[in-house]
Ligand binder design. Structure first.
Ligand code: HEC
Length: 111
């Protein structure tokens, strides 16, 4: 019973994720600007446990989650083992698309 429930909620999660993000196309050049103004504060020097831009070893296991999951977590914020990633990097004025672009840039530079 509980296994069935888990499988069903996983499937629901996957469906809701794909319907939101499946067709998302990211603008890496625009993402670099958002990275420079907002994300670099932590992701350049590894502040507060943030994985550094270009640190392939730190990014490899994260990238396996897939870009859409990384974007969704970055928009909502999350508490990980290394530290706290604030929602939208702490800048609530950013749109979800801007955060997505910044993640695409960050990931593209780090693999
Ligand atoms: C205040 C510091 C801070 C800022 C600013 C910040 N981050 Fe983070 N970010 C973190 C920390 C800390 C982690 C690692 C959390 C963990 O895994 O424990 C993280 C992790 C991530 C991850 C990896 C997610 C995963 O599932 O492994 C992505 C992607 C990310 N940040 C994107 C961004 C983007 C895009 C921005 C700018 C819009 C941004 N971050 C700004 C602190 C920050």
């Amino acid at each position: 019973m509980s296994r069935l429930f888990t499988a069903a909620s996983c499937a629901l999660f996957v469906i809701s994720m794909t319907s939101v993000d499946a067709k998302a196309a990211y603008d890496v050049a625009a993402g670099q600007k958002t990275y420079d103004t907002t994300c670099a504060a932590c992701h350049k020097g590894g502040l507060l446990g943030a994985p550094k831009l270009g640190d392939k070893a730190a990014w490899a296991p994260r990238i396996t989650q897939g870009l859409d999951v990384l974007v969704s977590k970055s928009v909502k914020g999350f508490q990980g083992k290394a530290g706290t990633m604030p929602a939208k990097g702490g800048d609530a004025k950013l749109t979800d698309a801007q955060v997505g672009n910044a993640v695409a840039y960050l990931v593209g530079q780090s693999k």
